[in-house]
Design a protein around this ligand. Structure first.
Ligand code: ATP
Length: 201
């Protein structure tokens, strides 16, 4: 059975930490495809430093090109809110013969059972996650047990943590520091060419 790794995030902007996490889980799961799904940020939650949807998508596409991965605009192009449960069901319908692996970071993983319609999420995909903090692994393994008790499958792996965040990238750009160790060169150029992240949050 084909395996597809689906990675959702704001990606504002995408950075090397995201790429490292996805590459690690591509190996762990043996996925044949990796699909990044940048999330739509509702207007009331938009921060001043949120790059527009086209820019976030474009940066994701540039970043994943060397890996041969794809970027989906499924969430971003929607006018109305879309929940992860809907996204995963739509992807299951698009790829009926594939098993989906849904990748999230520690913060998102630890709240998954309180998301909208978690049972539909668990029915659609195996949940994959890795810690982003030193204390993360133990609590994530405990949460994986809860996911299994709820009927889902969880794959928590202690992949090495690359300490990069989008906040750090935006701050570095604002302070006119180099971001070349934080994002791929094509993303660094895109940020400069489009004058992104010049204003404080
Ligand atoms: P921000 O700094 O703006 O909050 P972020 O760096 O956390 O952004 P997101 O797009 O929100 O980036 O991340 C998507 C998912 O990837 C989240 O669940 C997050 O925890 C996870 N993630 C982000 N960066 C890393 C990293 N360096 N290592 C592991 N997981 C990460």
């Amino acid at each position: 059975m084909d395996k597809i790794l689906v990675y959702g995030g704001t990606f504002n902007p995408i950075h090397n930490g995201h790429l490292h996490l996805a590459a690690s889980f591509e190996k762990i799961t043996g996925a044949q495809r990796v699909l990044l799904v940048p999330t739509r940020v509702p207007p009331h939650k938009q921060a001043k430093e949120l790059a527009c949807e086209e820019d976030r998508l474009a940066m994701c596409r540039l970043a994943v090109k060397p890996f041969g991965w794809r970027v989906s605009d499924l969430e971003i192009r929607r006018e109305s809110p879309i929940y992860t449960a809907d996204t995963l069901e739509q992807l299951s319908a698009l790829y009926p013969k594939a098993r989906l692996y849904f990748l999230t970071g520690e913060d998102m993983f630890m709240t998954l059972l309180s998301w909208h319609d978690p049972i539909r999420i668990l029915r659609s995909a195996t949940i994959c996650a890795a810690p982003r903090s030193t204390s993360g692994l133990a609590q994530m393994l405990a949460y994986a047990v809860k996911i299994r008790q709820a009927g889902g499958e969880a794959l928590v792996r202690d992949v090495s943590y690359l300490p990069v965040s989008s906040t750090q990238v935006r701050r570095a750009v604002r302070e006119k520091q180099t971001v070349h160790t934080l994002v791929p060169p094509a993303v660094e150029s895109y940020i400069a060419q489009h004058s992104l992240y010049g204003e404080p949050d």
